[in-house]
Design a protein around this ligand. Structure first.
Ligand SMILES: Nc1nc2c(ncn2[C@@H]2O[C@H](COP(=O)(O)OP(=O)(O)O)[C@@H](O)[C@H]2O)c(=O)[nH]1
Ligand SMILES: [Mg+2]
Length: 293
């Protein structure tokens, strides 16, 4: 696992060995605004899946703050009571993708978890930016968490969220206004020309309300996908995204562009001095045999 985390030499060969033994675990993505209760939900979901005898993988994608780095302390403490449980495997990953969004190592770590027989594998995203859309290309089921009391709740749901949501969860249902948010989510779907109905569930991690229903909805979603060609379709999307991130990662690495501020120095100097335009510079990287003007 460490080998993959740190992308040490040889990790690809290790993963390649595991690959034939993967492909049946359900990957659940949990996204939504910071503070909406994603980590609390993951915690309670883990407890419920354990009660069903399932071995669970939890992957928390942390914001890679240059200041704090690493994992969020609160989440660490929260998941601590699972850490003594050999049936629960917890991993934190930084979002260190050069292009934003989830890194290739997210998918790689999931593969290791699958090979360990963990099912489901729950991925909690930071809930901001590109990784929110990205998660739908990583998960078989994407859960979008929202809460009452944000003001124009539904308007606040970012564009594109309807396309990625497989389940809506209105968490903090112990608070006022949760029913309102839920019915707005349902109404919004009626207005749109939804090709499928996205279930809306109310949960409270304070009282535990709705958690059994959430597990059942997740199980139902898996059954639905497996019944038709949905599972296969998701697998194709997932493979496409994984290949893309791997290819981009390798390309950036090869051309010294992996770091945000990096690039071939002479080329950068030429761009900054306006001797070369960025479009031509990009072409130069793609076709290094062409000489700089
Ligand atoms: N009232 C209430 N508070 C909650 C609920 N779920 C989470 N919280 C609180 O909301 C805060 C953020 O929760 P957290 O799980 O860290 O959210 P995340 O940032 O989305 O992972 C914490 O203080 C939780 O105790 C809930 O169902 N009801
Ligand atoms: Mg969290």
């Amino acid at each position: 696992m460490r080998l993959v985390d740190d992308r040490r030499p040889g990790f690809q060969a290790e993963l390649a060995q595991l690959w034939p033994h993967t492909g049946s675990s359900q990957v659940i993505g949990i996204t939504g605004n910071p503070g909406s209760g994603k980590s609390s939900l993951v915690d309670l979901l883990t407890t419920r899946y354990r009660a069903l005898g399932r071995r669970v993988g939890v992957l928390a994608v942390d914001p890679s703050s240059p200041f704090s780095g690493g994992a969020i302390l609160g989440d660490r403490i929260r998941m601590q009571h699972h850490s003594a449980d050999p049936g629960v495997f917890i991993r934190s990953l930084a979002t260190r993708g050069a292009l934003g969004g989830l890194t290739a190592s997210t998918a790689d770590t999931i593969i290791v978890m699958e090979a360990l027989g963990l099912d489901p594998i729950i991925v909690e995203t930071v809930g901001v930016g590109q990784d929110e859309v990205d998660i739908a290309r990583v998960a078989h089921c994407t859960v979008v968490v929202t809460v009452p009391g944000l003001g124009d709740e539904i308007q606040n749901l970012k564009a594109g969220i309807l396309e990625i949501a497989d389940l809506f969860v209105v968490n903090k249902a112990d608070r006022e206004g949760a029913d309102q948010v839920a019915s707005e989510l349902q109404q919004m779907q009626r207005l749109g020309v939804a090709e499928r109905e996205i279930p809306v569930l109310l949960t409270s991690t304070r009282t535990g309300a709705g958690l059994d229903q959430l597990v059942e909805a997740l199980e139902q979603h898996r059954r639905d996908l497996l019944e038709g060609d949905g599972w296969h379709h998701r697998e194709l999307l997932r493979a496409g995204r994984h290949l893309r991130t791997l290819a981009v990662e390798a390309f950036l690495q090869t051309h010294g562009l992996a770091r945000e501020d990096a690039g071939p120095r002479a080329l950068l100097e030429a761009v900054v001095a306006r001797r070369v335009d960025p479009w031509a510079a990009a072409q130069t990287i793609l076709r290094p045999q062409e000489v700089l003007p």
